[in-house]
Design a protein around this ligand. Structure first.
Ligand SMILES: Nc1ncnc2c1ncn2[C@@H]1O[C@H](COP(=O)(O)OP(=O)(O)OP(=O)(O)O)[C@@H](O)[C@H]1O
Length: 302
């Protein structure tokens, strides 16, 4: 009826397009650009629909907007596009996992948080997940060292030049310290929380990272994910959250072979095999647990 002529050729074509779009959505999942891509796909769908049904006015309107829209998207989302392209290059699908990668040393992180909390040292530790945090790392001071409680604690000592800002962790490496994070402007954040907590919320609104915050004022440890802050009552709960999110999966044989092959190629080309390119008075007016909620928003949190 619509004059469609479906052949195996067009099926392969559709599958290829579907696969590419699916991979792009996976890459952008959790980031600000995700909603934009969904919007463009809706736009594209309307365009195809108007062509198929020969709705000339609608088709003309969309065609006229198309070039301006693409330009606007390229300018507005330049950092996200750069990050996404960098991640395509690192995709396990193309390159296999890296043999040098080790999973996060969760116990070392937990010990650090406990020490920081006991000593009343404020801190933000951001754990990278799928979204690349290279942009944030670039503005901080590169460290590139294996995680250790001693190193992490010394970074946040009040007389350390790096104590201001966040530490960024990728797998089991401290990539950088003193990193500036985007501050959340959300009206849902309790007004009792200052810039440290807002920065931790901000980075998790824009990426799928997990942020761990220690309050200098109360010693409270919180984890922040997807723009929501969760004060932790005990370390056992936090441990299970970290295990769930950062437990490393066993690589397949094929992935091991691909990684070995890649390592050999990199060595032959002479390239690198690793790409990691005074406590304030306690506030008596607000109970520590209530600091995280606006009274009128308590119900929402539940
Ligand atoms: N954008 C940011 N990125 C990273 N770190 C930040 C950012 N803004 C503030 N900080 C850190 O937060 C500190 C200030 O924390 P502030 O007291 O305002 O926040 P808070 O949420 O009330 O935390 P606390 O409970 O520890 O007092 C700064 O010294 C700095 O280390």
């Amino acid at each position: 009826m619509l004059g469609l002529n479906i052949t195996w050729h067009s099926i392969v074509d559709i599958c290829a397009v579907w696969f590419i779009i699916y991979q792009i959505l996976l890459l952008l999942r959790g980031s600000r650009a995700f909603q934009m891509v969904v919007g463009i796909l809706v736009f594209l769908f309307i365009y195809l629909f108007s062509r198929l049904l020969k709705l000339d006015t609608l088709n003309w309107m969309i065609t006229s907007f198309w070039s301006q829209l693409i330009l606007a998207v390229l300018i507005l989302f330049q950092p996200e596009i750069r990050r996404a392209l960098a991640r395509v290059g690192k995709s396990p699908l193309l390159l296999g996992f890296r043999l040098s990668e080790t999973s996060l040393d969760i116990d070392e992180i937990l010990k650090t948080l406990q020490t920081l909390s006991k000593r009343g040292m404020g801190a933000i530790i951001v754990l990278e997940r799928n979204n690349d945090l290279s942009d944030v790392v670039e503005v901080g001071t590169t460290i590139d060292a294996t995680i250790s409680q001693e190193l992490l604690t010394s970074i946040f000592l009040s007389y350390s030049p790096l104590h201001d800002g966040a530490v960024i962790i990728r797998q089991n490496r401290i990539l950088a310290a003193g990193c500036f994070l985007p501050i959340s402007l959300s009206g849902d954040v309790s007004r009792h929380l200052g810039t440290r907590h807002r920065a931790a919320i901000g980075i998790t609104e824009e990426t799928d990272a997990l942020a761990l915050v220690v309050s200098e004022e109360t010693g409270q440890i919180s984890h922040v994910i997807a723009g929501r802050i969760h004060p932790m009552a005990n370390m056992t709960d936090l441990r299970s959250i970290l295990v769930r999110l950062f437990r490393k999966q066993q690589p397949s044989r094929l992935a091991i072979r691909a990684a070995l092959f890649r390592q050999k190629v990199e060595q032959k080309m002479g390239g690198k095999t690793d790409s990691y390119g005074g406590k304030r008075p306690y506030s008596k007016q607000i109970a520590p647990q209530d600091r995280y909620l606006d009274p009128e928003k308590k119900d929402l949190e539940k």
